[in-house]
Design a protein around this ligand. Structure first.
Ligand code: NCD
Ligand code: ZN
Length: 341
């Protein structure tokens, strides 16, 4: 029987996940599939996932990489303004959401959107609204790095107002400004990563530079982290966990010109359990990790029970050449057991 120091989670979901492709996919997909019931799979491959055939083929490669783990890859398409109603209708059943990247803002986003002219975006966004396809947005301008997300908030608001029936998910929010925006529009939602609940810019660049904590959007100020923490720990009904676990080979991170992305998939549940327990908020973790996402996206993931226990776990220094967050350090919770059904 699980003792008092265990935490049981049902069907955890990772609503923002990079699984990559090729050898990297083969190496890291299981790290999510072992402990999560499903995840929203980001489409920023090279080239990006833009057609029905590409979605279907990518899902098949993911399924191959995860083997017999119980895990649903909820697929996304890379947003293009030229998508029309007929095209989107033809692949509605294959996707769970569409991801919009401003052009060039992050890893493999060169083919994204330049300018946010409502009339240019209207046909595609009205079609998505009509077909009830949620729009996930990487909300950053190309302004000063610490201000990019806050500068994007008026664009979120413009879109939320122009397309009131479209569910808009502000991905991996990092600022108090974004948390506050959730209250102003019914159709705005958000994902929050693990690392943005834990670190500020000080942890990335305040001492010796920490390339494995460098990501987009960059971690912000203590008051921003505090606002994110409050939203997550209180299980704000419009907020979901999305790890943004974004693996890059060690050489691409420990380089002159460090790739953006923090790899958290193997430790996400353990560290979230520790964080919520530390703040006396463990009863709210199920909403943050699964229930809110199920309600917002209207999805029912496969049944899976994860039992975590308060027992030290030393994080491996590498998973197939990718350095995870907390590499070589000891965290307080371990996965004791995973049960399907
Ligand atoms: C992501 C990646 O590497 O694909 N990087 C990151 O820093 N988060 C892309 C993204 O979500 O911005
Ligand atoms: Zn991402």
């Amino acid at each position: 029987m699980p003792s008092a120091s265990t935490i049981t989670l049902n069907s955890p979901l990772d609503m923002h996940l990079h699984l990559r492709d090729g050898d990297m996919l083969q190496n890291i997909a299981k790290e999510s599939a072992k402990t999560f019931s499903g995840g929203i799979i980001m489409p920023n491959l090279v080239p990006p996932v833009c057609t029905k055939e590409e979605v279907v083929a990518y899902r098949a490669r993911i399924r191959d990489a995860i083997g017999d783990e119980t895990f649903i890859p909820y697929m996304t398409l890379f947003f293009k303004p030229e998508y029309d109603h007929a095209f989107l209708e033809s692949l509605r059943e294959e996707i769970t959401a569409i991801k919009l990247y401003p052009a060039g803002i992050t890893t493999n986003s060169e083919g994204g959107v330049s300018g946010f002219d409502i009339e240019t975006l209207r046909p595609a966004l009205e079609a998505m609204s009509d077909l009830a396809i949620p729009l996930c947005i990487h909300g950053e301008t190309n302004g000063f790095v610490m201000d990019r997300e806050a500068e994007f908030v008026p664009i979120y608001e413009k879109l939320a107002q122009a397309f009131p029936k479209l569910k808009i998910i502000m991905e991996h929010i990092t600022t108090k400004a974004s948390v506050d925006a959730l209250e102003r529009f019914e159709n705005l939602y958000a994902t929050i990563t693990l690392h943005h609940l834990l670190i500020t810019l000080d942890d990335v660049a305040g001492g010796m530079l920490q390339p494995h904590l460098f990501c987009k959007p960059i971690a912000k100020r203590p008051e921003d982290r505090e606002a994110l923490l409050q939203a997550a720990l209180s299980a704000h009904p419009k907020v979901m966990f999305g790890s943004d676990s974004a693996p890059h080979p060690r050489e691409a991170k420990e380089a002159c010109g460090c790739a953006a992305g923090v790899f958290t998939a193997p430790i996400a549940l353990q560290v979230l359990a520790e964080l919520f327990a530390k703040h006396g908020a463990i009863e709210n973790l199920p909403d943050f990790i699964s229930n809110n996402a199920q309600r917002i996206y209207g999805i029912t993931p496969p049944a899976k029970k994860i039992i975590l226990e308060e027992k030290p776990f030393t994080v491996p220094t590498s998973y197939g050449g990718v350095v995870p967050m907390y590499a070589g350090e000891t965290i307080d919770y371990s996965i004791r057991e995973v049960m399907d059904g």
